[in-house]
Write a protein that binds this ligand. Structure first.
Ligand code: CMP
Length: 143
């Protein structure tokens, strides 16, 4: 079954939005396969956001994502990577449609509540950066 990596960022955790985010994905019909509340190290943040290293906002991005606890999750389900991106809305909350997570709860592009993998390759990479295999449950023994 397809899996994706989702993370409630420090702004979302601070604003008590973990439950709201989890509820949306549970209600949609996806299965939570792994979860942890953690503070990201600088090293992990730089690896996770490696593709943005040359961007002018990279320093700000790393400072923000390491600034407080995040809620890291693995979700599974049919087409979960693309569907989760739709449910999150556009990266810039000001462009995100109402009823999406960023559209409903975010205002600025830096503090946009949630991160989600954008492709099967990033999902695999991000899940293995944040989770040990033993931390991911399987609902179906064939998975
Ligand atoms: P995310 O999906 O976590 O992936 C990269 C993040 O970079 C993105 O969400 C935004 O929060 C952040 N980002 C994108 N553009 C900017 C910007 N101009 N300034 C600050 N952060 C940005």
């Amino acid at each position: 079954m397809e899996k994706t990596f989702l993370m409630v960022k420090p702004d979302g955790v601070q604003r008590n939005l973990i439950g709201e985010v989890v509820k949306r994905f549970e209600s949609k019909g996806f299965k939570l396969a792994g979860a942890k509340l953690m503070v990201i190290s600088n090293e992990l943040a730089e690896k996770h956001y490696g593709e943005h290293k040359e961007r002018p906002f990279f320093g700000e991005l790393v400072d923000f994502i390491t600034s407080g606890p995040v809620f890291a999750m693995v979700w599974e389900g049919e087409n979960v990577i693309a569907t989760a991106r739709q449910m999150m809305g556009k990266t810039n909350p000001q462009e995100a449609a109402p009823s999406t997570i960023r559209g409903d709860f975010g205002v600025t592009v830096g503090k946009n509540i949630i991160h989600g993998s954008d492709s099967p390759e990033s999902a695999e990479r991000e899940i293995s950066l944040f989770f040990d295999e033993s931390e991911i449950v399987s609902y179906n023994k064939q998975d």
